[in-house]
Design a protein around this ligand. Structure first.
Ligand SMILES: CC(C)(COP(=O)(O)OP(=O)(O)OC[C@H]1O[C@@H](n2cnc3c(N)ncnc32)[C@H](O)[C@@H]1OP(=O)(O)O)[C@@H](O)C(=O)NCCC(=O)NCCS
Length: 214
């Protein structure tokens, strides 16, 4: 796997608890560890019917991620927990297989090691990926797909503002499709932004926080 290109270095996203950066060759072990948990891979593309060991599946996935970055200039990041610098998952943007959709949609995807579930981290990572997709890449629309019964993933999609558009056939399975347009994303983001601070704000000891989510 090649080292990071300057473009990839520019595509590092920081959130309050996470850093998203492109995978490097040094992440192979951490990624294989992620994919060694069948609860993590259960709903991921490729499905349980594929005849691959978790290690092979991880290696092929990483190769595909690198190819996608090279071909499109964006892709799936390694998700690092900022406190420890440890790789705890993957999250990012990638084209859905063309045959599976009328137009080649870009999907947001995410997976975290099990011990990190239930803390809002997938929502935090997916939010940063969407922001990058809509604001930096100016994508018109981003989708997400999952099996209908994967309620945790569907909840993440809902929390980042995506809405369910119905059933699709993708990766050879029946899935539900969630989507969000750039227009709707920007409108939602602006509506949630605090109004500009007034100069009379009391108790302020410094400038208003300028920290963004990447
Ligand atoms: C799906 C996944 C990414 C969620 O990660 P996470 O960090 O736990 O997600 P968050 O904490 O941001 O949000 C999860 C939400 O789902 C809810 N949830 C979890 N399990 C649920 C269930 N069985 N039914 C309904 N809601 C559920 C949580 O309560 C939370 O919602 P809340 O904030 O309103 O309470 C994680 O479970 C994972 O990595 N799974 C394996 C990989 C995977 O399946 N990825 C998605 C492929 S489509």
């Amino acid at each position: 796997m090649p080292d990071m290109t300057p473009d990839e270095e520019a595509a590092i996203l920081d959130t309050p608890r996470l850093r998203l950066r492109p995978f490097t060759a040094e992440d192979a072990e951490a990624h294989a560890r992620l994919y060694s948990d069948p609860e993590v891979t259960r709903y991921l593309g490729g499905g349980s019917a594929t005849v691959q060991t978790p290690g092979e599946r991880s290696a092929r996935t990483l190769e595909a991620f690198v190819r996608h970055w090279e071909e499109h200039g964006f892709g799936v990041w390694a998700v690092l927990e900022r406190g420890s610098g440890r790789v705890i998952g993957q999250c990012g943007l990638k084209y859905l297989p063309v045959a599976s959709a009328a137009a080649p949609d870009v999907e947001v995807l995410y997976a975290l090691e099990r011990r990190w579930w239930g803390r809002g981290l997938a929502t935090e990572a997916a939010g940063a990926a969407l922001d990058h997709g809509f604001v930096t890449l100016r994508l018109p629309r981003i989708v997400a797909v999952t099996r209908p019964q994967h309620h945790a993933s569907r909840r993440v999609m809902g929390k980042v503002g995506m809405t369910c558009e119905g059933d699709v056939e993708v990766y050879g399975i029946r899935a539900v499709l969630y989507a969000l347009s750039r227009e709707a994303y920007l409108a939602r983001r602006d509506a949630r932004r605090p109004r500009a601070a007034t100069s009379t704000a009391s108790g302020a000891t410094g400038p208003p926080s300028a920290r963004g989510s990447g």
